[in-house]
Design a protein around this ligand. Structure first.
Ligand SMILES: Cc1cc2nc3c(=O)[nH]c(=O)nc-3n(C[C@H](O)[C@H](O)[C@H](O)COP(=O)(O)O)c2cc1C
Length: 185
């Protein structure tokens, strides 16, 4: 058991989304290494416009992000970018993201693995004050990527996901130090 809380943010609400299985695989990976985690599902926070929460419990989202020591975002590539609902949810806070280590898992049905989406989301994360780690998990041909028990079928995906979480946990300790020096809450 580590002392970090690293939730997994599932960034699409599309009915039939394959990214959900990938998000569960990441939750499973974190739990197997003893890291405290939770699934934050963008579908639980319906928003029709920036600042229009349509009854979504955005305070709950903020609580989870404020408690987080790191964040994994799992999202598909839609027209070379991230889903709009993910951006709407991310835009509900600012301060809670400061120095928050973040890692990206992209999902696609094709061969590209959503890499173009990650490059765009990385810029958004920087604008929010997060600290993106370099290793990213690119899940191509998602229908063939998850095994019957819900884990990653390919060792290479499991390996890069592990490296990514290693870096998130390492940076979370630096974040604590920065917050102390900078007298941040
Ligand atoms: C609106 C939309 C746009 C998409 N654009 C892309 C794309 O740019 N690149 C890509 O590889 N796949 C694209 N896809 C296919 C996704 O890779 C596919 O839906 C995959 O299963 C991951 O997304 P999901 O979690 O919604 O299932 C798109 C799918 C939708 C619904």
């Amino acid at each position: 058991m580590t002392d970090s809380f690293i939730p997994v943010l599932l960034g699409t609400a599309r009915p039939g989304r394959m990214s959900e299985a990938v998000a569960h695989a990441m939750v499973d990976l974190l739990q197997r290494r003893g890291t405290d985690t939770d699934l934050i599902d963008v579908a639980d926070y319906p928003m029709s416009a920036t600042g229009v929460t349509d009854g979504a419990d955005v305070d709950r989202y903020r609580e989870l992000i404020t408690a987080a020591d790191g964040l994994v975002i799992v999202a598909p590539e839609y027209n070379h970018s991230f889903p709009g609902e993910l951006k709407l949810l991310l835009d509900t806070d600012f301060a809670a993201y400061r120095h928050l280590p973040v890692g990206f898992v992209s999902v696609s049905a094709g061969m590209m693995g959503g890499a173009r989406m990650v490059e765009q989301l990385r810029l958004v994360a920087l604008a929010l004050g997060m600290v993106p780690v370099s290793p990213a998990v690119h899940v191509s041909k998602v229908r063939e990527a998850i095994d019957d028990s819900g884990g990653f079928l390919q060792d290479s995906l499991e390996a890069v996901a592990t490296t990514m979480v290693d870096e998130l946990e390492g940076l979370s300790h630096l974040r604590s130090a920065i917050r102390t020096v900078a007298s941040l809450p």
